[in-house]
Structures are given as C-alpha cells and as structure tokens.
Design a protein around this ligand. Structure first.
Ligand SMILES: [Zn+2]
Length: 321
C-alpha cells in the first residue's frame, strides 16, 4: 500500500477502447498496458469497449484480432465486451438533447466548404468558421432551403479552459480557438468520436481515462460536452507515445510494428511486456507478464519523453523468440 491509496475513488473504473479500423501496434500495447496496470494495481475494474461507430472505416476481422492481441498481451477485462454501436440510441438521444438545450446547432456545411473557408488548425483538423451558428431558426428550415441533411455542432465559447492531467499536470486549452464549434453528429447521421466517448464513458461509470498524448487535444472538447450533459468528469491521464525512427507517432499503416506481425514472427509476449515495462520505468525481469507487474506498478516512474521504437528495438525483440 502507498499513501496514494487514500485518494482512490470508491469505485475505480477505466477502459480499453480500441477501434477495429486496423491492427493494433506497439503504441496501443503500451497505452493499454499502462492503463490496465494503473487500474489493476489499485483494485480497479477494466472495461473493454470496441469503438465501431465509423462504418466507413471499420473492417471485418479486426475485432477478433484485437481480442487475440489483448489475450496475447495478458490483458483481461471485466464483464462482456462492449460494442459502441450497441449504445447508438443513447448517443443519438444525447445529440438531440444538446440541440434542444441550445448547446448544439444544425450545420449544413460540407467538408469541402469548410476546408475552403478556414485555415488549417493542424494536419487533421480544420477550424470551423461558424458559418451555420445562427443561420437557420431550425433544422427543418435549413433542410428546406438547402435540400441537404444537417450535421450537429457543439457551440464553443471563446474561453480558455484550465484543465488537469493526471500525468502532465495543469494545462490550458481553447477549443473555440483551436477547432471552433465541433461536430457531434455527422451529416450522414453517425455520432462523432467526441460525443460517443463522453456518453459511453458515463454509461459505463468510467472514472479514469488513461490514453496516448495524441488525444490530449480532445480532452477540452470532452470536458465541455460533459458539462453540457451534466455528466461527471473522469480523471484524465495522457501518457507519452511510441514513435518511429523519424519521431512520428506509430500509425496503423506501419505494418511491421503491429502485434499481429510480432505474433506471426514468434515474438515472446513476455519479452515485449518486459521492454514496455522497463522503458516505462518499472523494474522487471527480461521476460515478464502483465499480471506479474501489478504488485509493484507505479505510474509516477513513467518517463515524460516519447518512446522510440526502431529497427534495433525490433531486432532485440525478435532475438527473444
Ligand atoms: Zn455549417
């Protein structure tokens, strides 16, 4: 027992939330291992939620492989596997309630219109210029005039937010400046990532979200949604990423870093767990299991820098077959 145990909430619940749009890679393995250890070492529950809402990108077979990967890593979970698509009705109800309460408005813009009208906030996201903010009195009015389906966007105030991260400490964010009013339901009717995460975490009673630091910029949007829906905020913990030799975040396209590829080449998962744990500051044997790390795990020993995975690390793993 450590002194921190007195701060554990009455029920500690976290989740692993992979999306079946590709194979899991070493970066996922590290985030999932840290999330799992941080929960299990404090008596917490682990939920497995498959984020399968994006029908265009979800591919058959990936969910089964994700389950095999987690088993290979020795990461278990409590209760049945949750499919995000099963909560579709609750997600749509949350989107509608935000529209009714005035927190959201219908947006008729196409992706192309937005791209043409706004400077790029970053590689992936374009700041929404506010075109439809006060454009139509109702969704029906806009539909009648433009002859298109509307998406829904969350109305962001231009205020800077002060938030707290369980690993990085305090940080500021300003979604209104960074991304503008953001999508909560796409024009094709699909619920957007930010809203789906918030509603599903609340439905599952999630109290702690440990994930890769690439999702840090999502946190403020999720915080705003939780306020608007009167939902509790979980503790957020954003951990450093695994990066390639060029210092880029590993992506699902990087084939030879996938867990399936390591399995196919006969890598001992205990060697991978040992490498992931030792580079996360944990003392362990050269081959170990996730369960063996539970008694001594301490997130405070995690170094703040991103973790490179390159050819040398790959050869070291392959030598331990
Ligand atoms: Zn619009």
């Amino acid at each position: 027992m450590t002194s921190e145990d007195t701060n554990v909430p009455a029920e500690l619940i976290g989740r692993l939330a992979p999306s079946p749009t590709g194979h899991l890679h070493i970066g996922h393995a590290r985030s999932f291992l840290l999330a799992w250890l941080n929960l299990r070492s404090r008596g917490g529950r682990v939920i497995l939620r498959i984020e399968d809402l994006d029908r265009e990108r979800v591919k058959p077979g990936y969910t089964d492989q994700i389950l095999r990967d987690l088993e290979w890593l020795g990461l278990d979970w409590d209760g049945p596997v949750q499919m995000q698509s099963d909560s579709e009705a609750a997600l749509q109800a949350a989107a509608n309630s935000l529209l009714e309460s005035g927190h959201a408005f219908p947006c008729f813009c196409t992706r192309k219109e937005i791209a043409l009208s706004a400077p790029h906030a970053n590689d992936a996201e374009v700041r929404y210029p506010g075109t439809c903010r006060d454009r139509f009195a109702s969704e029906a009015e806009g539909q009648a005039e433009l002859g298109r389906q509307a998406g829904l966007r969350f109305r962001c105030d231009p205020d800077e937010l002060q938030l707290e991260d369980g690993f990085r400490g305090p940080f500021t964010a300003n979604p209104g400046q960074e991304v503008g009013d953001f999508l909560i339901r796409r024009r094709d009717g699909a619920i957007a990532y930010q809203l789906a995460v918030v509603v599903d975490d609340a439905l599952s009673g999630v109290t702690e979200v440990l994930r890769g630091s690439d999702l840090l910029t999502s946190t403020a949007r999720q915080w705003l949604l939780q306020n608007a829906l009167d939902l509790p905020h979980p503790t957020w913990i954003h951990v450093p990423l695994v990066v390639d030799a060029a210092d880029r975040r590993l992506a699902k396209r990087d084939g030879d870093t996938t867990l399936k590829s390591l399995q196919d080449r006969g890598v001992d998962p205990r060697a991978l767990i040992s490498w992931l744990a030792s580079t996360a500051g944990q003392e362990c044997a050269s081959r170990t299991t996730a369960a063996e790390l539970v008694p001594t795990f301490d997130l405070a020993r995690l170094p703040p820098a991103d973790l490179p995975f390159d050819g040398a690390q790959e050869r070291a793993l392959l030598s331990q077959r």
